[in-house]
Design a protein around this ligand. Sequence first.
Ligand code: HEM
Length: 322
Amino acid sequence: MVTRAATGAAGATAERLKQLMGNTAALVTGFQPEDVLPDAPARFVTWATGLDKKLDNMAEAWDKFLSEIVAAHEEKGGGGAGEEEDEDFLDVLLRLRREGADGLELTDDRIKATIKDMIAAATGTSSETLEWAMAELVANPRVMAKLQNEITRVAGAAADEPAIAEADLDKMEYLKAVFKEVLRLHPPAPLLVPHESTAPAVDRALRQRVGDRADPAAWDAPEEFRPERFVGGGPAADFRGTDYELIPFGAGRRMCPGINFALPVLELALASILCHFDWELPAGLRPADLDMGEAPGLTTPPRVPLVLVPRCKTTLAACELK
Ligand code: HEM
């Protein structure tokens, strides 16, 4: 969905973008000599281990592929020809360039970097949040049952063909509480993104609270997966940067600009798969056996990828979105 929204890419093009993203994440989260060595030895190690060559090759591969995508958009008249509602994000950037956006110098490099930034920021964060949501739900059958009840009630389970529409999401209060609780326990970027302060005025309170994801002073039973804590308001009712106890999307000027894309996409995906399927652990495994540890990386995926068995609850014909 992200590559489609960003560049219209699906199929092989989307797969290639995913592969480039995977290679990039592996390289940039690996050992970085300049983190532990002074400049000159760090440069030597980077050269001697071939790391700088690998980084150059990766940057070249991204540039080549994104240049082809930009060229293809320009060829089909991106940024001017079609209807605005048919535009993908790249079309919009190209249109702004043609129209002369005030104060924005949209060079080719900036456009390519923006597209790459969006794909990097949107994919792992969203897919891992969904994976953690499923892991917590399978580990907490009570919450799973309560959520499935809400979903089927709102989607019209009484009808033969339940289906989730975007408008239904507003009526699913518990679903929203589940995502807040998932993001409280498993924020994909627990320390947000490193920022460099231009003035010596960092808010100490904020810094301390960012690390407080399991602080008993801020949360009742902080280690427990309990979405009820968010039902009907309560502490940290907002996770859009107002209540500092819970800022999985960051706060302030550099907070995640993708929040209004991420949340409906995640809610729609989870509601749909829970509406049509029951989910079980593979034979022989119990919820208590689930490894809820995190792997290190650019974001925080489960240490052990989640494997579940779906059981279809509805007829296949009903498995279509409205
Ligand atoms: C569950 C999903 C997501 C979470 C938890 C999340 C979280 C974050 C966080 C913590 C930051 C850094 C904020 C800071 O520096 O203080 C960030 C930045 C960013 N996010 Fe997201 N994000 C998610 C999904 C998305 C999606 C779907 C998109 C795009 C459609 C997106 C686009 C971006 C971009 C472009 C930035 C960089 C903003 C900047 O540096 O100015 N994110 N996100």
